[in-house]
Design a protein around this ligand. Structure first.
Ligand code: WTA
Length: 664
């Protein structure tokens, strides 16, 4: 894998010479003005981070800021801290006086059909407490894992915080994943309880999560109880359809109605697990990323305050689903620990019309908006007639995350959504990093469209070459050279893979991110995408091997190779090359069947865009499939170096066949 293989695009990017200074009106009231903060933090990152940690509420102070035995870190050693207390209680009880947040909206929610709910911090406090008691009553103890498979409703946030309150570890599985994907994640985490909903709305359709979950539950012996949110109270058909198992399944609202109003928060250790979140890697098996409590909260608290510049009067909307890290860090823990008002919306951006997001911004007066480049490109395609249908003047800051943002999309976002007055923060980070790592600080950083700019204060990010040497002005691999508070601690039940994946390329003290980037004369980072076998499809991380395993699982398939092909809207699209078993012939029906099989195994997010049948796949003499060449074919490029192939004729045939099928 060569991180420089996108050099051509980069040349174009690096000629990007537009510059945007923070608007002076923004600068004046920004949470951060201090240009010297970078140097101060770099000189003593531990003191810098301890300063942030001190702004949280601790039940017992830490004895030592950092214990670093590469590649294992402990932050805020022996400190005791509860995440739910920091997200809820302290706003209800401690900020008395003119800034009291007790009756401030914590969560404003709108469902896809237009139903709405607002929870003040006090409402949220009451629900989190009650739900913590529900979990305790069902026998959930500190350290137990709780799986969550839900639509984007306020109960999802209550569920996570309820787990945090009693020290249980949540594992949220995105509602778009299939029953099998859910089953695998429950099995790996050995979860005791599953929280789900009868259904959620998506583009006018009911997504029947509980029915999907029931398929998974047939093979998850560790699950003792299932808690089901009734999405529309009094209307559920689950009982009639035989999808409610007495004794095991419980209605959320019934349990809550019987639950006492106060739950003593667990004194969790700074290094106690807060959650596991599964993400794709370079093998077929997703990795359980482990985040702990004290350092994670410190990281998300600090970055939310400085990157999004949150103020008490803001209405903050991050469009990510809570099934992804962005939802964990910047829908729940970051904004709530800051006492912000968080807006969430359940459904699709084009339901009932393509102006839904803009109407929501107008209706709720959203002031800070954080979304993904794939969404921005989709909005561009739909056109500005839709954006003009709503008043977007409440916006004051825009954010982007999930993949590199191309300068045109950045400019469009800046002009048509931000009205040229809002700073744009392009934030680079990962499930593993827990919080934002490379980003502008909106009050002080000059931005360049397409660049995530520089590392957050206290973060040591570099671009290194193969040998681990620092690249001053050029391309290479992204590395983090010092531990940081919100870093992943390990992979659940697989520490060896943790060490091998992230801390082995150059040594045990340098984190290998798996991304390629270039630095320009100002030291700004220009991200180029993954350098491993991980694709980024519409901002979702999907492993090529995961999709290959799903395809090979189909009875007709002998072998498969999957590549990510550049795609105008999605960033990358999944293209699968498939060799059939003896006795099967390629057909349109088979294409459909294999695609559906992938959806069944993983979820619709992994549905291949194209399937190409081939008698052989290009392999090296040692039998390794050369995906790089397949990518060249899929993208219609000239073939790269083919000298290491066992049989160069295979790739030539494939190229001809692909061109013919594209042409025809
Ligand atoms: C990519 C999402 C360029 C990157 C928070 C990373 C980005 C992967 C950016 C992590 C960005 C995320 N610019 N690339 N601003 N943000 N990425 O774990 O390849 O779902 O490694 O975390 O997304 O995806 P994940």
């Amino acid at each position: 894998m060569n991180p420089l293989n996108q050099d051509q695009n980069l040349e174009v990017l690096l000629q990007e010479n537009r510059r945007f200074l923070p608007p002076s009106s923004f600068q004046k009231s920004a949470n951060l003005h201090d240009f010297e903060i970078y140097e101060k933090a770099a000189n003593d990152p531990e003191t810098f981070w301890a300063g942030w940690a001190r702004k949280l509420d601790w039940m017992q102070p830490w004895k030592k800021v950092l214990e670093w035995k590469p590649p294992h870190a402990k932050w805020f050693v022996d400190g005791k801290i509860n995440a739910s207390v920091n997200c809820v209680d302290r706003h209800v009880f401690q900020d008395a006086g003119p800034n009291a947040k007790r009756n401030k909206a914590a969560i404003i929610w709108e469902g896809e059909p237009g139903d709405t709910r607002t929870l003040t911090y006090f409402d949220l406090y009451r629900e989190v407490n009650q739900f913590a008691n529900v979990l305790r009553k069902l026998g959930v103890k500190k350290g137990d894992r709780v799986a969550i498979y839900m639509p984007l409703v306020p109960e999802l946030m209550v569920a996570c915080l309820g787990c945090a309150r009693i020290g249980a570890v949540h594992s949220v599985v995105f509602g778009g994943f299939s029953a099998e994907a859910l089953r695998d994640r429950i099995q790996d985490a050995e979860a005791k309880v599953l929280i789900t909903a009868d259904f959620g709305w998506r583009r006018g359709q009911k997504i029947s999560l509980k029915k999907m979950a029931d398929q998974a539950l047939a093979e998850t012996p560790t699950i003792q109880h299932v808690i089901v949110v009734e999405r529309e109270r009094g209307h559920s058909t689950l009982h009639n359809e035989g999808h409610f198992k007495e004794g095991r399944d419980h209605w959320w609202h019934e349990l809550m109605a019987q639950s006492p109003a106060y739950a003593e928060p667990e004194e969790t250790d700074a290094e106690d697990m807060l959650f596991i979140l599964y993400t794709s890697g370079t093998t077929g098996k997703p990795k359980g990323i482990v985040h702990t409590t004290g350092g994670y909260l410190t990281g998300v608290y600090a970055t939310t305050q400085w990157v999004f510049d949150l103020k008490d009067q803001d209405v903050y909307w991050c469009t990510a689903d809570i099934g992804w890290i962005t939802g964990h860090s910047y829908v729940i823990y970051g904004p709530l620990s800051n006492g912000a008002t968080v807006f969430i919306y359940e459904g699709a951006p084009d339901y009932p019309d393509k102006d839904r997001f803009w109407k929501l911004i107008e209706k709720y007066g959203v002031s800070v908006f954080y979304t993904a480049p794939t969404a921005i490109r989709t909005f561009m395609k739909w056109g500005v007639d839709w954006t003009k249908r709503a008043d977007l003047s409440s916006l004051r800051l825009l954010g982007s995350v999930g993949e590199p943002i191309n300068p045109e999309a950045w400019m469009w976002y800046h002009e048509h959504i931000g009205g040229k007055r809002c700073p744009v923060v392009d934030t680079w980070w990962q499930t593993e990093t827990g919080s934002i790592m490379i980003t502008p600080l909106p009050g002080i950083t000059t931005t360049k469209p397409g660049s995530a700019t520089v590392a957050f204060p206290g973060i040591s990010a570099e671009v290194l070459n193969e040998k681990g040497e620092r690249v001053e002005n050029g391309g290479g691999y992204v590395a983090i050279t010092k531990p940081w508070p919100s870093m992943l601690r390990t992979l659940y039940k697989d520490d060896a893979r943790y060490v091998k994946t992230y801390w082995s390329k150059w040594g045990k003290d340098i984190y290998f991110a798996g991304d390629g980037a270039r630095r320009d004369d100002d030291g700004y980072f220009w991200f180029m995408g993954r350098v491993d076998d991980v694709m980024n499809v519409a901002g979702h991380r999907i492993g090529t091997m995961e999709v290959e395993s799903a395809i090979v699982d189909h009875p007709s398939v002998a072998e498969s190779a999957v590549v990510g092909k550049n795609h105008e809207i999605k960033g990358q699209a999944i293209i699968a090359f498939v060799t059939l078993k003896e006795g099967f012939t390629p057909s349109e029906d088979l294409v459909k069947e294999i695609k559906n099989h992938v959806v069944k195994k993983i979820g619709s997010l992994a549905r291949p865009e194209d399937i190409l049948f081939s008698a052989d796949l290009p392999k090296t003499r040692s039998g390794k499939i050369m995906r790089r060449l397949l990518r060249d074919i899929a993208e219609g490029k000239a073939l790269g170096d083919t000298t290491t192939l066992a049989d160069p004729a295979v790739i030539q045939r494939l190229k001809a066949q692909y061109e013919e099928s594209e042409g025809g």
